[in-house]
Design a protein around this ligand. Structure first.
Ligand SMILES: [Zn+2]
Length: 381
């Protein structure tokens, strides 16, 4: 079976090894003639980034790059990015990278033409309608990890560096016009990033699948996304150059992010404040939280996770699913506690408050309260 395809759902996706060579054509399709490539500092000097800039330059699109982006990007990164975009007279963004580069790139394309301040667009009620929709610059997204799925998402996660809170900025036009999913870009990921990002994709699928909202399309996608992770994440982890495994993980990431329109849950509700305060890796933090959250959700999610276990070929129903998750985490060196992530004496009250305010909380199948969320958090300290 060829692992190359063009998809138009949920947006135009050019999927296949080597397709980064189509970046200039993708920009043209999105109506971009002077792109600003936005990525994080770690990727700025890497070969995959240089090659992408070479393709742009060869097509007469210049080689402008903005890489002043933190691992958990914040409003200062956004402000500097908007300045680079406007000063350079750019007409679109190539959002390039893992979650940080993709989310900041999308945000800069959104903000560059707006007159209101960033926090006016937080994902609360219909605040997104405050934006001047026509002023949003087009986006081409190029993921270099397989986890966040932000390349097919309609939001960006951004840290407020003053309050140390992760905020979600939403607008339908955050959805990139064109995506290039080239699994060759992910072969250089170090093992712990392959694990952390892959487990983020898994967490998106699991939380979407357990969320009680009605969304059968997402339900199907979440289930098959879990299967792809189960089959291919161990292979991608064992051999980073296994292109078939890398390709299927890239699909799983896009599927997880499409599926979580149905909702996320307690894993992300906890992981967001923990990451915002202690700057831990998002996907790895999710993986640490998942085993305790599965038990927490047992009263409401036992049935659906038994269905998932059956589909995935895991014996033992709900308990078998939990045992599988423990074994998967162990096989990739995921710690069992926040201490194992390097967090000594976490601020329990602050994390609980942050979790209860996080929009992911609303998708959890068991209602989260002060008391039960504190109890849950104490299980992973
Ligand atoms: Zn996530």
């Amino acid at each position: 079976m060829s692992l190359t395809a063009n998809w138009s759902y949920p947006t135009a996706v050019r999927f296949g090894a080597g397709r980064i060579s189509e970046i200039a054509d993708a920009c043209a399709a999105a109506g971009i003639s002077k792109p600003l490539l936005i990525t994080d500092r770690g990727l700025a000097d890497m070969d995959i980034t240089t090659r992408t800039l070479d393709f742009l330059e060869a097509a007469g699109l210049g080689r402008a790059i903005f890489a002043d982006v933190d691992p958990n990007p914040n409003e200062k990164n956004a402000e500097a990015g908007v300045k680079a975009f406007n000063d350079g007279g750019h007409d679109g963004v190539v959002a390039f990278g893992g979650g940080s580069g993709l989310d900041l790139g999308k945000l800069v394309a959104f903000l560059a033409g707006q007159t209101r301040p960033l926090w006016d667009f937080e994902d609360i009620g219909d605040w997104w309608t405050r934006a001047d929709s026509d002023a949003i610059a087009p986006i081409v997204a190029v993921p270099t990890t397989a986890g966040t799925g932000s390349e097919v998402g309609r939001a960006s996660v951004i840290t407020n560096s003053e309050t140390e809170e992760k905020k979600i900025i939403f607008h339908p036009k955050f959805l990139p016009s064109v995506v290039i999913c080239d699994p060759e870009l992910t072969v250089g990921m170090p093992k712990f990033i392959t694990a952390g990002t892959g487990l983020d994709a898994f967490a998106h699928c699991v939380e979407a699948f357990c969320s009680p909202h009605y969304h059968p399309m997402s339900q199907g996608m979440a289930l098959e996304g879990m299967r792809l992770v189960k089959e291919y994440l161990p292979r991608a982890y064992a051999d980073g150059t296994d292109i078939e495994a890398r390709a299927h993980m890239m699909s799983a990431a896009a599927m997880g992010a499409t599926a979580f329109q149905k909702g996320l849950g307690a894993i992300h509700a906890l992981s967001h404040p923990i990451g915002a305060i202690y700057h831990t890796h998002h996907g790895t933090t999710n993986a640490v939280c998942m085993p305790a959250v599965l038990q927490f959700n047992k009263p409401a999610a036992e049935g659906v996770l038994t269905q998932a276990a059956n589909y995935l070929g895991i014996e033992g129903g709900f308990d078998g699913f939990c045992a599988y998750v423990d074994a998967l985490n162990d096989s990739m060196g995921i710690p069992k506690t926040l201490k194992g992530l390097g967090i000594e004496n976490p601020d329990i009250d602050r994390i609980v408050q942050g979790a209860l305010k996080d929009p992911s909380t609303g998708g959890n199948p068991v209602e989260m309260t002060q008391d039960n969320t504190r109890e849950l958090l104490l299980k992973i300290v």
